[in-house]
Design a protein around this ligand. Structure first.
Ligand code: ADP
Length: 559
C-alpha cells in the first residue's frame, strides 16, 4: 500500500517535472544524475540518456541559490541559476536541482556595465585631454602674447621712441627686457614639457648631420662662454660625416641646454668640451633598445659637479641642485627634464656622470644613421627590385601594430556574425580572440624585421617565426578543447588573414604597390604555415581529450 502511494507520488512528480520550463535534474546523494527533464536536455545540449548515470560534478546544498555555468558539448557555456531542494527518488533521498537559463539577462547586464565603463573611460579621457589642450592653449596664448607685448614696449622705450632716456632709465628698461626674456624662456619650456607629457610634440623623423647641429649650438653659446672666461671646444673622432636619426632642431635644443648648463656651472678659467662620434658600446646606464650603433654627443665640463645623491633627481622637472651663489645662475630646472624626454622620444637617452668639484659629463645618445644611410644607398643601387619590394614593409608593420585592437574587434565581430564558426555567438570574446592579438603583433614585427634585414635571414626574423609557430600550436590545441574541426580552424585563419590585409589597405594609401604586394605575399605565407601547424595541434589534442565537464562555478556568481 505504502509502496503504491510512493510510486504514484513519483509518477506525479515526474509529470510535473517533465513539463517545467526550467531545467530539472534529480541527483542522488552521491552526486549521480538520476533523471533530467526535456528543458535540462536543451540546457545541457545533451539527451536525458546521455546525462543520466553521469556525475553531476557540482555540490548540491539544499536551499542554496548559485550562479553556475552549464558546459555544453564543444565547451560552449550557458549561465544558469541553480537551486536545490531535497526530495526522494525511487524511495531514496535525493536532490532536485532546478537550472534557469539567465544567459540573456547576464549578457545584457555585462553589456550595460561594459558600455557604462567605456562611456566613463571616454568621458574621463576626453576631459583629461581637453584639460591638457586648454592648458596648452592658455600657456601659449594668454601668457606669451602679453609677454611679447611687454618686451616690445621695452624695446620701443630703449629705442627712444617715447623720448630720450636717462642712463638710469635705460638701465631699468634693460632689466625689464632681461626679466621678460627669462620669463618667456620659462613659459616656452613649460609649454614644451606639457606638450611632451600630453604626447602632442611632433618630432621630425630624419637623418641629422652632427657638424651642422654643433655649429649652430656653438654660435649661441660661444659668446656666453667667452663672457664668463670659459674655453669652449668641439672635437670628434668620427671619420667622414657623422649622422644620427632624429629631429635636428630638437637635438640642437638639447645641446644648447647642456652647453648652457656646463658654462653656467663652471667657474671662470674652466673648460667645456663637446665631443661626438659613433659607438656600438654605449654606457651601461643609458636606457637604449637593441644592439646597434649609437651616435653620442658628450658635453664635459670642469665645473662644480653634482653631489651623487642628487644625480638621479636632476632629470625631474623643477629640480635645481645648487643653492647659494650658484643659484644666481638663472634657470628653471626644466631643461634637463625636457632634454631627457626629447632624447627618449627619439629612441635615445640622456645620461650623466659627475664628481663634486671636478666636473660633469652629460651624454646624449641617439640611433646612429651612418651605416644605415650608406647601406641603404648601396642596396638601392645594387638591388633596385628587392629594395622597391622591401622598402616600406617596416611602415606597413607599424600600421598593423597600431591597429591591433580595432583589428581584433572586427575579427571577433565577424566570427560572431558570420557562418564561420557554429555557436560563435555564445562564445566569450576572450575565447574568440585568444592568441590573435599576439599573433598579429608578431606578424607586424616580422614585416619590419624583413625590411631591416633586407630580406636576408636574420635572428629577429627567425625568432618571430618561432613565436608564430608556438602561438599557432597553442591556438590549435585550445580550439580542440572547444570541439572545433580542422575546417573551422582553417576558415578562422583565413578570416584573420583577410582582416590583416584589410587593415593594411585602409592604413596606408601611401604604400607603394610593390611593398604592398610583398607584404601580402608574406602574410599569406605566414598564415598558411600557421594554419598547418595549428590543424596538426588540433588533431593531436582531439585524440586524447578527457570526458566532458558538465557544469562549473560561474566566475561572476555569488557562490
Ligand atoms: P636649470 O639649468 O634651468 O636649473 P636644468 O634642468 O637644466 O635646469 O638643470 C637642473 C639642475 O641640474 C641645475 O639647476 C643644476 O643644479 C644641475 N646641473 C645641470 N647641469 C649641470 C652641470 N653641468 N654642472 C653642475 N650642475 C648641473
Amino acid at each position: 500500500m505504502e509502496r503504491r502511494r510512493s510510486t504514484d507520488e513519483q509518477m506525479r512528480l515526474r509529470t510535473i517535472v517533465e513539463r517545467m520550463a526550467d531545467g530539472i535534474v534529480i541527483v542522488s546523494r552521491d552526486g549521480v544524475i538520476l533523471f533530467a527533464n526535456p528543458a535540462a536536455e536543451r540546457l545541457f545540449g545533451r539527451s536525458a540518456s546521455d546525462l543520466t548515470g553521469r556525475d553531476f560534478g557540482f555540490p548540491a546544498v539544499a536551499g542554496e541559490t548559485t550562479e553556475v555555468e552549464v558546459v555544453r558539448p564543444q565547451q560552449q557555456t550557458v549561465t544558469a541559476e541553480l537551486r536545490t531542494v531535497d526530495t526522494e527518488w525511487d524511495q531514496e533521498p535525493a536532490h532536485l536541482i532546478s537550472l534557469r537559463d539567465i544567459t540573456d539577462r547576464k549578457r545584457a547586464e555585462e553589456r550595460a556595465a561594459q558600455l557604462d565603463r567605456e562611456r566613463l573611460g571616454r568621458i574621463e579621457a576626453e576631459a583629461a585631454s581637453q584639460a591638457k589642450s586648454d592648458f596648452l592653449a592658455l600657456m601659449s596664448h594668454e601668457l606669451r602674447t602679453p609677454l611679447n607685448a611687454v618686451l616690445g614696449y621695452a624695446e620701443l622705450l630703449d629705442m627712444g621712441v617715447g623720448g630720450s632716456l636717462s642712463p638710469e632709465q635705460r638701465q631699468q628698461v634693460g632689466r625689464i627686457t632681461a626679466s621678460g626674456r627669462h620669463l618667456l624662456g620659462l613659459v616656452n619650456e613649460v609649454l614644451d614639457l606639457a606638450k611632451v607629457e600630453a604626447g602632442q610634440l611632433a618630432l621630425e623623423e630624419g637623418v641629422g648631420h652632427s657638424r651642422g647641429v654643433v655649429d649652430q649650438a656653438f654660435a649661441l653659446i660661444q659668446p656666453i662662454a667667452e663672457g664668463r672666461g670659459i674655453a669652449l671646444t668641439a672635437q670628434t673622432e668620427a671619420h667622414g660625416e657623422a649622422v644620427f636619426q632624429g629631429d635636428d632642431n630638437r637635438v640642437r635644443q638639447i645641446l644648447v641646454n647642456l652647453l648652457n648648463n656646463a658654462v653656467k656651472f663652471t667657474n671662470p678659467g674652466g673648460k667645456v668640451t663637446l665631443e661626438w662620434g659613433r659607438t656600438t658600446k654605449p654606457d651601461r646606464d643609458a636606457r637604449l633598445l637593441g644592439p646597434r650603433a649609437w651616435h653620442f654627443f658628450r658635453v664635459k665640463d670642469t665645473g662644480i659637479g653634482i653631489p651623487p645623491d642628487k644625480l638621479a633627481t636632476i632629470f625631474d622637472p623643477f629640480v635645481q641642485v645648487h643653492g647659494g651663489h650658484a643659484r644666481t645662475a638663472e634657470g628653471s630646472g626644466l631643461g634637463l627634464a625636457i632634454s631627457r624626454r626629447l632624447a627618449r622620444l627619439m629612441k635615445g637617452d640622456l645620461t650623466v656622470r659627475s664628481e663634486l668639484d671636478k666636473g660633469s659629463t652629460f651624454t646624449l645618445w641617439l640611433p646612429d644613421a651612418s651605416g644605415r644611410a650608406k647601406e641603404t644607398a648601396k642596396w638601392r643601387q645594387e638591388s633596385p627590385d628587392t629594395a622597391a619590394r622591401l622598402e616600406g614593409l617596416g611602415e606597413i608593420g607599424r600600421v598593423l601594430l597600431r591597429e591591433v585592437d580595432p583589428l581584433l574587434n572586427a575579427f571577433i565581430a565577424r566570427l560572431q556574425e558570420g557562418p564561420i564558426v557554429e555557436g560563435a555567438r555564445e562564445m566569450r570574446t576572450c575565447q574568440l580572440g585568444a592568441h590573435t592579438g599576439t599573433f598579429v603583433a608578431d606578424v607586424a614585427c616580422t614585416l619590419a624585421a624583413i625590411e631591416e634585414s633586407r630580406g636576408e635571414p636574420s635572428a629577429v626574423v627567425t625568432d618571430a617565426t618561432q613565436i608564430q609557430t608556438v602561438i599557432a600550436e597553442r591556438h590549435g590545441a585550445a580550439r580542440a578543447l572547444l570541439g572545433w574541426t580542422p575546417n573551422t580552424l582553417t576558415r578562422e585563419w583565413s578570416l584573420l588573414c583577410d582582416e590583416m590585409k584589410r587593415v593594411i589597405r585602409l592604413g596606408g594609401p601611401g604604400f607603394s604597390e610593390e611593398s604592398l604586394a610583398e607584404a601580402f605575399v608574406i602574410i599569406d605565407r605566414i598564415t598558411e604555415q600557421a594554419t598547418e601547424t595549428s590543424v596538426r595541434a588540433l588533431n593531436r589534442a582531439s585524440q586524447n581529450q578527457p570526458g566532458p565537464e558538465l557544469i562549473r562555478r560561474s566566475d561572476g556568481g555569488p557562490g
